[in-house]
Structure formats: C-alpha cells, structure tokens
Design a protein around this ligand. Sequence first.
Ligand SMILES: [Zn+2]
Length: 318
Amino acid sequence: MLGHPPDTHRGGPLTAALDIGGTKISAALVDPGGTLTARAQRPTPRTAGAEDVRSAVVACLRDLARHEDWQHVGALGVCSAGPVDRARGTASPVNIPAWREYPLLTALSELPELSGLPTRFGGDAVAMTAGEHRYGAARGHRNALCMVVSTGVGAGLVLDGQVRLGPTGNAGHLGHVTVDLDGEQCPCGSSGCLERLASGEAITRRALHSGWRPPEGGAPTTAAVAEAARAGDPPAREAFDRAARALAAGIAGCATLLELEVAVLGGGVMQASDLLLPRIRRYMERYAPLPFAELTLTTAALGSDAGLVGAAALARAD
Ligand SMILES: [Zn+2]
C-alpha cells in the first residue's frame, strides 16, 4: 500500500509482475501457484515521449500497490518487449520508439513502493519461457525451447533445468537466426531470419504476395489468412506451409544442437495451431532426422497472461 515505510513487509509469498508491451502495460500480483490475484493495466503511450511511457508504468504499478495484499509481496519480476539488456537494466522495445536503452530498472528503483523488493528483469520471450517451465507446458522438462510466434518471433531456452538468460537476457533469440540463405533483409541487420518467414505479418505478407485477398470488406489479418487456408485457398495454405517449414528448421537446429525434450509454441499466431503443428511435425522429420533430436512439440499453456506469469516465474527462478 502507498505510504508503507520502506523495507518493511518484504519476503512475502506473493510476487508482483510487470509486463511492458507495445500495446499495453500490465501489472499483477501472482500467487505461488502462478495464479493472478490482482491486476492493473494501462495503454502503452507508444507514440509519446520516454517520460510519458515511464509515467504509465509508474501509474500501473501504483494502481497495483494500492491493493491490500501488496504488503505480502516478496519479489518483483519485470519483463519487456525486447531487445533488453538485463545486465544494464535497459529496455529498447521495438514497438516503443521513445525507449532506446531506457534505464528501466533505475527508474523503478526510484519508486518508494518498490523499495527493498528483489527484482529480476528479462525479455518477454525469456519470461514466457520461465512461466511455461514453472507452471505450463514445459513443466518437468530439463531441456526445452519455448517460442512466442506473434507480430515477431521470440524464444527462450531451458537448459539443465534452468532458464538460460544469457548476459544481456536475450539468449535463445531464435527469431533472428537465419533459416533462409537467400532470404530477405531483416530490420535486425541480418537476412533470412526466421521471424521474416514465420511471424504473423510474414504469413499475411506472403499470402497477399501470392494473390490471396481478404473477404469483401475484411482486413488482411493473419486470422483471415488462416480461415482461407482452412477453406483450401492455395496461397493461404502455402503461406502457412512456408511459415511451418521455417519454424521446423529453427526448432530442428535447436533440437540437434541441444538435445531438447520439448518445444512449446505460444503467441497469437498459434491460434492457427491446427494449420501449423501438423506441418511443423512433418518438416521436423526432414530437418531433424537424427534420433537424439527427436522432441515433443506442443502448444503453450499460459495464454494471454504468459508475460505476467512469466515475469513472476523469472522473479522466483533459482
Ligand atoms: Zn533478424
């Protein structure tokens, strides 16, 4: 609660979680079982200045800190759209142009409400990985790849039972691994990146390029491409097939390199898992033929709260 003297009531069982995305900023209290018991949310002022974004984050956290259970919070987990640098505590979310190497952890440390709270910070895909490993589809597995297939493609790794963060918190960033030697330029500076072939935008762009058009009056969304693919539209089917092939190549590379047990796929594009999973499995047979590279392919368990649950899991990770 606001007005608590600093450094009291720390060590409680609840975790405060903060998830900073390009559309919304969310915060929540998360219990030890991974259930959200209170939440606060603000729209991300993505075209505003750096201080306006900070103000929205602070307002969101203060909304949460007014909850009577705030006194039982023992840790804070923070995740942000990437890239992030967890060593320096900075965030440069692609979709929030005002924040470039923004000193997020320093800004948070100035809030009296957060005084004395141990804080962990990571990119949203790494947080999702921590959440799926602790509470979701990767639970009980010692070696896993977790992916978010959405506007972009993010991923994180669990190796020997621990989330692999990497020095800056970006380890496992499979979306920017080249899977097409002659592929198109990627904003990251490379070319042929998995993200350029398998993101929602990439699927829609490919379908449009091949002649697919949304139904009369409809928007050209990935969901509309998926509907068309289910109805047998050849360009729409080909766009999903190409995305599945790229995903399979990326997953197969990781599986062969790291001997993974499971690959967990989440994010908005996986609402078309009926189109993607069978195709990814088929292409995995081609790209990961060695017996030790065999893994279980499954969909994420945490859904739209994956960021918050993941940030909480990150805060409580060993
Ligand atoms: Zn790239």
